[in-house]
Design a protein around this ligand. Structure first.
Ligand SMILES: *Cc1c(COP(=O)(O)O)cnc(C)c1O
Length: 406
């Protein structure tokens, strides 16, 4: 059975604890005490099973994620099972041969947030919660709202006013969540919601909730499974609040402990230059985290100046010999044109991963012939504010159309 544990001071708390921050300041994480090793063959068999839990790309890895949770509490929308795609166009763009692209935008609400949300929401239901809340740059809000609606819980989402893509807020509102626009940035909203939770019957579903991290580990499981458990050399992904950075490192360390892999891929966390406290801390050998008081980037999903999961993320890079870098908005938008032009499509934050992979290859950090998997975190339609060119409008006549098509 899972318990919560502080990795810094060792304090333990029951899995249904309400607070996720330890007195020492670090965040509690789920500690499994794995007893049995799940076999790759058993996992493969579940891919063709029609049992509801096996149909989810998160819950078919349940022994590695949240073994103790009774199945009747599970809130699932059939998340995960996203494709790992090859793209000749992106090979040409990045200079990396056989680049693999894990498209997490093809989750139920259009981002990887669904993977963590299904687990954290199920845990909230198991403890009898009536109300759930988060601060969000948009995608967590959309995901929380859908899963809360599915579970019949009341949902509150706090977003930075004027800095959140409207399509994400449209999702949240459509699912019946109370959307609160905060006059401040994401970090302000995060602080507010953490305070509001104190002493209230309100379960916080931000990635400080350790069960979010557990669900997000399944991105790594699916990548490895698709490669027959032969790890790539690199996993490259965008990084904002550092939930994925934390989850991927934890997933890999646990898989090594279980003997499912012996060699770990190196993690590459990519930030936007205007919101890059983690990349700067990495460059300074993690001596300190200096938050960005006013983070700025076109990639609104990673516009975060004071990442909550910093300490966890540092451990992830250390255990995987990982790196963190920052790329410019210009590079992100150039990568977005390549991703969209390749027929995949993704929101700007996701494309930071492609820009980062290209930059790491250019610098020779990613070596010749190394195997790379990139994670695209959100769907193209999540952020339609980006320019799409001049619209072509014609009279409804064959001549006008012939002329327009040239
Ligand atoms: C949340 C989000 C991120 C950032 O992920 P973290 O785990 O917070 O670092 C990146 N891209 C998209 C599209 C997101 O929604």
């Amino acid at each position: 059975m899972a318990v919560l544990r502080c990795p810094t001071c060792g304090l333990q708390a029951p899995a249904d604890a309400v607070r996720f921050r330890c007195e020492c300041g670090d965040l509690l994480e789920v500690s499994h005490g794995f007893r049995t090793r799940i076999e790759p063959d058993e996992l493969r068999a579940r891919r063709v099973s029609s049992a509801p839990l096996d149909r989810s790309g998160v819950w078919r890895f349940r022994e590695l994620i949240d073994h103790g949770l009774p199945a009747e509490h599970v809130v699932t929308l059939g998340e995960g099972n996203t494709p790992l795609l090859l793209s000749a166009a992106l090979d040409a763009f990045t200079g990396i041969g056989e680049l693999r692209v894990k498209h997490e935008g093809w989750n139920p609400t259009g981002s990887f947030k669904d993977r963590g949300m299904t687990v954290a929401m199920s845990r909230a239901v198991a403890r009898g919660a009536r109300r759930v809340a988060c601060a969000s740059t948009g995608n967590t809000a959309a995901s929380l709202s859908a899963y809360a609606a599915r579970a019949g819980l009341e949902a509150f989402v706090l977003v930075p006013e004027g800095a959140t893509a409207e399509s994400k807020l449209a999702q949240a509102a459509a699912h019946g969540a109370r959307v609160v626009r905060v006059r401040g940035n994401f970090d302000d909203a995060m602080r507010l919601v953490e305070d509001a939770q104190e002493g209230k019957d309100l379960v916080l579903l931000n990635s400080i909730n350790p069960f979010r991290i557990e669900g997000q580990k399944s991105i790594v499981y699916e990548i490895l499974e698709e490669l027959d458990w032969s790890p790539p050399d690199w996993i490259v992904f965008p990084a904002g609040n550092l939930g994925n950075t934390s989850a991927f490192g934890k997933a890999l360390a646990e898989l090594r402990e279980l003997g499912l892999v012996t060699r770990l891929p190196r993690l590459a966390a990519v930030q936007a230059e205007g919101a890059s406290p983690f990349a700067r801390a990495f460059a300074g050998k993690f001596a300190e985290l200096v938050p960005d008081p006013d983070p700025q980037t076109v990639a609104s999903a990673i516009r975060i100046g004071n990442p909550v999961s910093y300490a966890r993320a540092v451990r992830s890079l250390r255990v995987t010999d990982g790196v963190a870098i920052a790329v410019s908005d210009e590079d992100i938008l150039q990568a977005k044109r390549a991703v969209d032009g390749a027929g995949l499509g993704a929101e700007p934050a996701s494309c930071a991963a492609i820009a980062g992979a290209r930059e790491l290859r250019r610098r020779g950090v990613i070596g010749d012939g190394e195997r790379v998997a990139c994670v695209l975190t959100g769907h193209l339609l999540k952020d339609t504010g980006a320019p799409v060119g001049t619209p072509l409008v014609v009279e409804a006549t064959p001549e006008a159309l012939r002329q327009a098509l040239g």
